[in-house]
Design a protein around this ligand. Structure first.
Ligand code: ADP
Ligand code: ZN
Length: 434
């Protein structure tokens, strides 16, 4: 099923002329209203009128996450605050989040895109959608919520956490669709089984839209089998709009159609910044072409993928991006939260007695991400009483919880026990098997 036949099946030529028209309008808009973009364009000797074809995209400067941080909180907004009806945020590379805004029309666009996403997964009016994506500053919860309402489904806005209660509701309310992270789906299944409930028989769920973190074909098979459902991959990021940037169709389940009438995707070589042809793997870059409050020009996602222009059996003409296979930076996603090792490092360095030698051990137990922080203490603290060590451990756990909302374990270790590296320090040991 296709939510918006008119746009989702546009012939390539018509789509490209629409993209060019919208791109030009966006470039004009950011040049006129966002000093950051004007300065960048001027430095590159670029005028909006230089963008005459889609190929000219490559003349546009890239935008990166630190640009968002440097303009915290509202510096990249392209409309006055009184036109902004919503803000969301996601973690940045330092303690400060990156902040995005939406006009009423942006919220409307977003609902449309999530309506397309859910429809592509086979969800429709009459379905009951159990939405376990987090509500709040995260985009996931409200994104899926508005999409589900737009198609006329009944939403259960349960958000994340309180797993036993979620399972009771899944059994009693009989949702036919679920939206959550893939790891949380597996955790829900584990807890359900512990409660004597068989997710394949005792739930009515038919389909799930899973995303917000990396997963694999193997995990898809597991989820489909355990719940006896179809599992589709959905993708998005706060900076671009939130979920609703691309999504798989249930017909093919092979790659995520990018909503190209709203976002222009590119794949670039992360070293040189050169655009790469279809089929080659590289860093995903998006330019928004319809957003009002927070347009982004050639935003570097750091996510690794490739684009496939082959026509799909579902009838959509949009290119498909391959499921994300990695990142070009060290960002970790722990229970759906973006965590940068550098943020943890700066938290640790605030604490008296800790040395700048640490390692993060990430794992998945009972389908829940775990993180252990191992950090060296100095000689003095180490030879001090055990009580002192306990105080520091508690402080680390507390500070990291404050920063990300994620619980970690902290192990203080003797000075000089964490392996030193001759090149780039290996800060993260990720044992999760996707
Ligand atoms: P959201 O709240 O929508 O997850 P964030 O901005 O917090 O948005 O995180 C976006 C990042 O999450 C992406 O850049 C990507 O690394 C990861 N991500 C989102 N969806 C997927 C997916 N389906 N597969 C793999 N990674 C994903
Ligand atoms: Zn398709």
């Amino acid at each position: 099923m296709i939510w918006n036949e008119e746009f989702e099946t546009l012939p390539r030529e018509a789509l490209e002329s629409l993209q060019l028209k919208r791109l030009k309008a966006t470039v004009d808009r950011v040049y006129a209203t966002v000093p950051f973009y004007k300065k960048k364009f001027d430095e590159a000797g670029l005028k909006p009128s230089h963008i005459k074809s889609l190929k000219d995209m490559r003349l546009l400067p890239f935008t990166v996450k630190t640009d968002l941080r440097d303009n915290y909180p509202f510096g990249l907004f392209s409309v006055p605050m009184e036109s902004v009806v919503r803000v969301h945020a996601s973690s940045g590379t330092t303690g400060k989040p990156i902040v995005v805004g939406y006009t009423r029309r942006d919220i409307d666009t977003w609902a449309e895109l999530m309506a397309r996403t859910l429809t592509a997964a086979g969800i429709h009016k009459g379905d009951i959608v159990h939405n376990s994506y987090g509500y709040g500053l995260f985009t996931g919860g409200l994104g899926a919520h508005y999409g589900a309402e737009r198609i006329g489904a009944s939403v259960i806005p349960i958000s994340g956490g309180n797993t036993k209660r979620q399972i009771m509701i899944m059994k009693d309310f009989g949702p036919t669709a679920i939206t959550c992270t893939p790891s949380y789906a597996l955790h829900l299944a584990d807890v359900a089984r512990d409660m004597g409930i068989d997710p394949a028989k005792d739930f009515k769920i038919r389909v799930g839209c899973f995303g917000a973190e990396p997963w694999s074909e193997k995990m898809r098979e597991q989820i489909e089998k355990i719940f006896n459902i179809d599992a589709v991959d959905i993708f998005g990021l706060t900076e671009v709009i939130g979920p609703g940037v691309s999504s798989e169709c249930i017909e093919a389940k092979r790659g995520l159609h990018v909503f190209e009438d709203h976002f222009i995707p590119e794949i670039i070589d992360p070293e040189t910044g050169e655009p790469l042809p279809y089929g080659e793997k590289g860093e995903l870059v998006f330019t928004s072409i319809t957003k009002e409050a927070f347009p982004v020009i050639r935003y570097r996602t750091r996510d690794i993928s490739c684009l496939n222009p082959e026509l799909c059996i579902c009838g959509r003409t949009f290119v498909r991006m391959e499921r994300i296979t990695g990142r070009t930076d060290d960002m970790l996603i722990i229970r759906g939260v973006n965590v940068f090792p550098s943020q943890i490092e700066s938290a640790l360095m605030q604490i008296e007695g800790l040395e700048p030698h640490y390692q993060l051990i990430v794992d998945r137990k009972n389908n829940l991400d775990t993180i252990e922080v191992q950090v060296e203490v100095n000689e003095r603290i180490f030879s001090d009483e055990v009580k002192q060590l306990e105080v520091i451990e508690k402080r680390v756990v507390h500070d990291i919880k404050e920063m990300f909302g994620v619980s970690c374990k902290c192990t203080l270790v003797e000075p000089k026990t964490i392996q030193r590296s001759e090149g780039k320090a290996k800060r993260v040991i990720d044992k999760r098997q996707l």
